[in-house]
Design a protein around this ligand. Structure first.
Ligand SMILES: Cc1cc2nc3c(=O)[nH]c(=O)nc-3n(C[C@H](O)[C@H](O)[C@H](O)COP(=O)(O)O)c2cc1C
Length: 208
């Protein structure tokens, strides 16, 4: 925790935004938050021709990197994988000279169609979200970034009719503002399973 202003980069990946009920409001809330740079990857790269220099510069210029996406087949939509494969080059993100990401913070903000009860070892999907995202956790470890737990919404297709969307978006806004202000207890946030259970717990000075 630094209490210094931190620059946050949200990399948004949703291939069918016209049908999005929850990621789009999350992305729009991110766009309205000061100190946050928002990139819509599918809009910017509809043919997947990712500009590596531009993306590496974006990473250099930010302290906190967020992947924002709907869970697709227990992973990210394809463009985020392509982005990783192209942008996180040897000598930039890893290797003895590849230290550009050292000291940054990384997290996922995702939504899942399945219920939270399905994402347990004894549940329908057998693994928790944190377990399923382990390749991204290890990507962060290898590149020297601090990985903090995901911010997740479950049962995404029924969130609007069940009145859960607004609160989730508000929680996200609070978390983002706290990330910008350097008021997130990163060590506590790194240890838990998810940040959405009790978001204020990880924000220093938040009323609960
Ligand atoms: C191709 C595809 C794959 C999906 N895979 C999963 C999955 O593995 N697990 C899950 O819980 N939901 C899965 N879903 C549901 C989406 O995660 C869900 O529709 C999305 O989070 C809703 O967010 P949105 O309203 O912003 O689109 C999948 C949906 C699609 C279209």
């Amino acid at each position: 925790m630094t209490n210094e202003i931190r620059k946050v980069l949200v990399l948004f990946a949703h291939p069918s935004q016209r049908r999005s009920e929850i990621n789009l409001p999350l992305f729009q809330a991110s766009q309205q938050t000061q100190g946050v740079t928002c990139v819509d990857l599918y809009q910017e790269y509809p043919t997947y021709r990712i500009n590596i220099d531009r993306e590496q510069n974006r990473l250099r210029e930010h302290d906190v990197i967020v992947f924002m996406f709907p869970l697709y087949w227990y992973s990210t939509p394809a463009i985020l994988k392509e982005w990783q494969d192209l942008v996180l080059e040897y000598g930039f993100a890893y290797g003895s000279q590849g230290t550009e990401l050292f000291g940054k913070t990384f997290l996922c903000a995702l939504t899942a169609g399945g219920k939270e009860s399905a994402y347990r070892e004894e549940g329908h999907n057998h693994f928790t979200i944190r377990q399923l995202l382990q390749p991204l956790e290890q990507m962060a470890n290898l590149t020297g970034m601090q990985y903090i737990a995901p911010f997740a919404l479950f049962g995404a297709r029924t969130a609007a009719e069940e009145g859960r969307t607004q609160r989730h978006v508000e929680q996200w806004r609070k978390l983002l503002e706290a990330l910008v202000a350097g008021r997130v207890d990163l060590n506590a946030a790194a240890r838990c399973d998810m940040l959405n259970d009790d978001t204020e717990r990880y924000i220093v000075g938040a009323s609960r």
